[in-house]
Design a protein around this ligand. Structure first.
Ligand SMILES: [Zn+2]
Length: 302
């Protein structure tokens, strides 16, 4: 019999966590965001504890929301390594994936235009993203960026729409939904978290998913939510073709596609050039935000 997966990466986001109930909950330095950080941390801490109890040997957690500083590390089992902030490579945003075997995505959201809870793809500035004619969600992007390192996506949690997208993108992936339709006052976070942990542990035995390595070439159509003027700005900036509110990318392989999307979403040529200097400053801002959360929650920080 196949052994259980023992080395995993958790990509953690906030929108599909048990602490985030509206847009302000995902927005830097709001009271709601401080609450959401606590909820997201509690979700991840519970899953980490359950995975270690189930025999997992190595857990790398990548905080993937906005600045990448949302998780209160001191509340998570110190055997797990929490990677905060934005890393330039080798995997964009995530850094060095090490020798993990399986990917668990927790607290996720659905793609732009899907109608899911706080749905967006990489940034809310993208209204729709089609790759070779089909919508592409973040779970597909993350799974593909890690597929080349031998990792298989195993588990996904987010709103029901996001879970449906994950199952469409990765055949056989285990999913566990969070239903926010009845509001936080009618939501039993402890009971939901218990189910989340059980489902995450079960996914260690998932042998149905394959590494997600989509073959190029790729033609992507990126529709900007703010319309033609926003698309024109992006297209001129990066010398990409554009028609109306849509910018087009032609990429030979996935890496080229992902890099082009990151440029559109987060960068300008100026920022890209000065990223080695700018990134530590950006990460410092993120770290200071989290200090503010800790102070607010009267937690002794380490
Ligand atoms: Zn997020």
């Amino acid at each position: 019999m196949d052994r259980k997966t023992e080395r995993v990466i958790i990509i953690a986001d906030i929108e599909g966590s048990s602490g985030c109930w509206n847009y302000r909950g995902s927005s830097f330095l709001t009271d709601e965001w401080a609450e959401a950080c606590a909820g997201m941390t509690a979700d991840i801490a519970s899953v980490v504890a359950a995975l270690f109890d189930a025999g997992v040997k190595d857990i790398l957690i990548k905080d993937f929301h906005r600045t990448g500083y949302n998780l209160l590390k001191e509340r998570i089992d110190p055997r797990a390594r929490v990677v905060s902030g934005y890393k330039r490579g080798p995997v964009p945003g995530l850094g060095d994936p090490g020798d993990s075997e399986g990917l668990l995505c927790i607290g996720m959201h659905a793609s732009s235009g899907s109608g899911g809870f706080l749905a967006h793809t990489l940034t809310s500035r993208i209204g729709k993203l089609l790759v070779n004619g089909k919508p592409m969600s973040e779970v597909a992007l993350f799974s593909a960026s890690l597929g080349g390192y031998g990792m298989r996506p195993l588990f996904f949690s987010g709103c029901p729409v996001a879970c449906g997208e994950a199952r469409d993108a990765v055949r056989g992936i285990d999913t566990y939904p969070i239903d926010k339709s009845r509001g936080p006052e009618n939501f039993d976070a402890a009971a939901w978290r218990k189910g989340l942990c059980a489902a995450a542990v079960t996914s260690l035995e998932n042998r149905t998913t394959a590494r997600y390595v989509p073959e190029g070439p790729f033609d992507a159509a990126v529709t900007m939510r703010d319309g033609a003027a926003a698309a024109d700005t992006v297209a001129r900036r990066w010398h990409m073709p554009c028609e109306g509110d849509t910018v087009f990318i032609s990429a030979a392989d996935f890496k080229e596609l992902y890099n082009a999307l990151i440029r559109i979403c987060y960068l300008t040529p100026f920022i890209e050039r000065f990223l080695p200097i700018g990134l530590p400053v950006y990460n410092l801002v993120g770290r200071m935000g989290l200090w503010w959360v800790r102070k607010k929650m009267s937690v002794t920080f380490t």
